[in-house]
Design a protein around this ligand. Structure first.
Ligand code: SAM
Length: 216
């Protein structure tokens, strides 16, 4: 199956994005900023409506597209999103101020390295976490994310199949991609087998995992 054509088809078949989201998306794509694909937009839209999260944590803001999408479809939720790359932070601040409102902000942008910020956040605080940052760090972040999830809370992580590389032997992937390959395999294996999580690995977009924290 051709992923790009499938994503285009899904985009054309889905309900259109709001005018504002379409503007943020187009500007991001024109600037070569990596943002969630249309099928992941659909998944987040669906989960916002069905789960109705109250406190959302996102790791990997980029310029704010996915945070604004979650804000649009879960308008009552408080969203905290983390980004560490200054050029993207400049645009994310601008987009949040323009599209999420300065008067009653539903989105809090935490600026810095998630590795340092995550341990400062309160345990059991978030009922929905979206992980979309550097893939090699997913396995490092996982224990913190489990700690931060409320019992029954949901973790969604994007880009887990590395354009299919993850299913290949490490010797079949380029040498420079082997570390990330090993770390993503460790992440998938841990997500699938950690007794605190119930998970599914979905071969959609570039690979998505959905999990909930057991205990409720
Ligand atoms: N979620 C965004 C969207 O769909 O609109 C896209 C996020 S982009 C794929 C990943 C982002 O994570 C990049 O902007 C990158 O700078 C950021 N990132 C990577 N590692 C990070 C870290 N350790 N702490 C904070 N941000 C990080």
């Amino acid at each position: 199956m051709h992923i790009d054509r499938t994503e285009k088809y899904i985009e054309l078949t889905s309900l259109p994005l709001t005018y504002d989201l379409e503007a943020v998306k187009n500007e991001a794509l024109e600037g070569g900023i990596p943002i969630i694909r249309p099928s992941v937009c659909g998944l987040l839209r669906f989960l916002m409506g069905y789960v109705k999260p109250v406190k959302i944590l996102e790791v990997g803001t980029a310029v704010g597209f996915s945070a604004l999408l979650m804000h649009e479809y879960a308008p009552e939720a408080q969203i905290t999103t983390i980004e560490n790359y200054e050029p993207r932070l400049i645009k994310a601040r601008e987009n949040f101020s323009k599209y999420a409102g300065d008067d009653k902000p539903g989105i809090t942008l935490l600026e810095g390295d998630a590795e340092k910020i995550l341990p400062t956040l309160k345990s059991g605080e978030y009922d929905f976490i979206f992980l979309d940052s550097a893939k090699a760090q997913y396995i490092t972040f996982l224990p913190e994310l489990i700690r931060l999830l409320t019992p029954g809370g949901m973790l969604v992580s994007d880009n887990c199949l590395q354009d299919g590389d993850v299913i290949e032997s490490r010797y079949a992937v380029r040498r420079r991609d082997r570390t990330i390959h090993d770390r993503m395999r460790m992440y998938l294996s841990e997500v699938a087998s950690n007794p605190q999580l119930k998970s599914a690995i979905l071969p959609m977009a570039d690979g998505v995992t959905i999990s909930y924290k057991a205990g409720e």
